[in-house]
Design a protein around this ligand. Structure first.
Ligand SMILES: C[S@@+](CC[C@H](N)C(=O)[O-])C[C@H]1O[C@@H](n2cnc3c(N)ncnc32)[C@H](O)[C@@H]1O
Length: 422
């Protein structure tokens, strides 16, 4: 029963604000493609709409906080369907069946029917409309122009399309589009390497083209960052936080697989993925090292990428669980480690006149603007470079140091700054 399995996955999410890939793989074995799509829709739709759902349920249930987690998750699952375009009769009946106890069934049934009859009587505030946590809405409002806040919320409430980056060492964008003829594909707007796959009917990773390294699955904002680093064939490049290697392998393809790339990460499983991806894509200039970028002290580099660990709030359209996992107090913890990575790169690793690109997939000022301010006031030998984002047709909000991407259909919110050692 699909709704019962969706409920079980949501209970798993409740524990850690995370659902392991393994759990979906289990259901993949037993469900058809169509049923699997429904299961994913129910789970991710509920998670994406949780703020909105709870707002409505709190209006209807006096002691919403004190109802049991089991009833709460059944209600949330049912409410998601009623607030979206599911058939109300099916949504209520199928959700009620999850409950074993008659009393609970009665409660779920009555509450969902009340929601159905009353939901159009309420006027949603904008943060509810886009199901954004109130604290995040307030934070955005305090720190960004109004239209940035709105575009962030709109994007986070949508589902980012599946996007590929061609491996230019093996194919061209036109050839790959031609060869992926079982899929609906279009070129991305901003990245010269990007292809959007619309509503794939089967996983793209099972194609021979993927297995033979003709492309990498990577959202478009990420694809822009190595282009900004602009590595030249033959250079020495350090990728300080490299796993699973999306940007490392793109740097290698821009360098035409000539030169040297050192790829660091502290996560051994993820580091192995860089090796796997490089091999699949026919790249042999990457050397991986299990090392913290904070302590690494070998060699001097022409270019350094710091694609820093961060609060990841820009990825909500890909990973909606992030908005429930992250809180404001995470910002300063990430900012501390990010500063240490930046200072090690500046003090020990970058060549004179070399360039460091700093990027995050988040919008917190602490992790971006405040870090750049800190570096700018401490290091008089660091110059912040202008980045030509118009070249890629990217709209941005500039903070005097770096650039916050405005999201759109395929770009997610990202931050990037470029520093030169004088
Ligand atoms: C945003 S992800 C990198 C994504 C990668 N650049 C890509 O494009 O595929 C950040 C990575 O930083 C790693 N990390 C966290 N702390 C680190 C540290 N002190 N030194 C090096 N890597 C670190 C994490 O394990 C994670 O893989």
């Amino acid at each position: 029963m699909i709704r019962r399995d969706a409920y079980l996955l949501l209970r798993e999410f409740e524990k850690k604000h995370y659902i392991p890939q393994k759990s979906f793989e289990y259901f993949n074995e037993i469900y058809s493609n169509e049923d699997m799509a429904l299961l994913k829709n129910l789970v991710w739709g509920t998670i994406r709409n949780l703020v909105k759902i709870d707002w409505y349920l709190k209006k209807l249930i006096k002691n919403y906080k004190s109802i049991t987690p089991a009833s709460k998750w059944m209600l949330r699952l049912g409410a998601y369907q009623l607030l979206s375009d599911f058939k109300p009769y099916v949504a209520v009946n199928e959700t009620v069946k999850i409950a074993k106890n008659r009393k609970v069934r009665g409660f779920i049934n009555a509450t969902l029917k009340t929601l159905l009859s009353k939901m159009n009587d309420f006027e949603e505030p904008v943060w509810v409309k886009f199901s954004t946590p109130k604290w995040l809405y307030d934070y955005l409002n305090d720190h960004f122009p109004k239209n940035y806040t709105l575009s962030f919320m709109e994007k986070s409430y949508s589902v980012n399309p599946l996007t590929l980056r061609i491996n230019s060492l093996k194919t061209s964008i036109d050839d790959l589009i031609k060869n992926l003829n079982d899929y609906n594909t279009i070129k991305t707007q901003h990245s010269p390497f990007g292809i959007i796959v619309e509503n794939p009917k089967s996983p793209i990773e099972i194609t021979e083209l993927y297995k033979n390294g003709y492309f990498y699955i990577q959202h478009e904002s990420s694809q822009i960052i190595p282009l900004i680093l602009d590595p030249i064939p033959g250079e020495d490049v350090l990728d300080m936080c490299a796993a699973p290697g999306g940007k490392t392998t793109e740097i290698a393809q821009i360098m035409e697989n000539k030169g040297k790339i050192i790829a660091l990460d502290i996560d051994i499983d993820r580091l192995e993925l860089i090796e796997k991806n490089a091999k699949r894509m026919g790249i042999d200039i990457i050397k991986t090292k299990l090392f913290s970028g904070v302590d690494y002290n070998e060699g001097k580099y022409d270019k350094i990428l710091i694609d820093a660990p961060c609060s990841s709030l820009g990825t909500i359209s890909i990973h909606p669980e992030v908005m429930h996992r992250v809180s404001k107090k995470d910002f300063s913890n990430y900012a501390d480690i990010q500063k240490q990575l930046l200072e090690n790169a500046i003090n020990n690793l970058i060549k004179l006149n070399g360039e460091i690109v700093y990027s995050t997939c988040t919008i917190s000022r602490e992790e971006n603007t405040e870090n750049m301010k800190y570096i700018s006031s401490k290091y008089t030998n660091i110059q912040f470079e202008k980045i030509d984002l118009e070249k890629y047709g990217i709209k941005y909000y500039y903070d005097g140091f770096g650039y916050y991407f405005y999201p759109d259909n395929s770009l997610i919110p990202f931050y990037v700054a470029k520093l030169r050692l004088l």
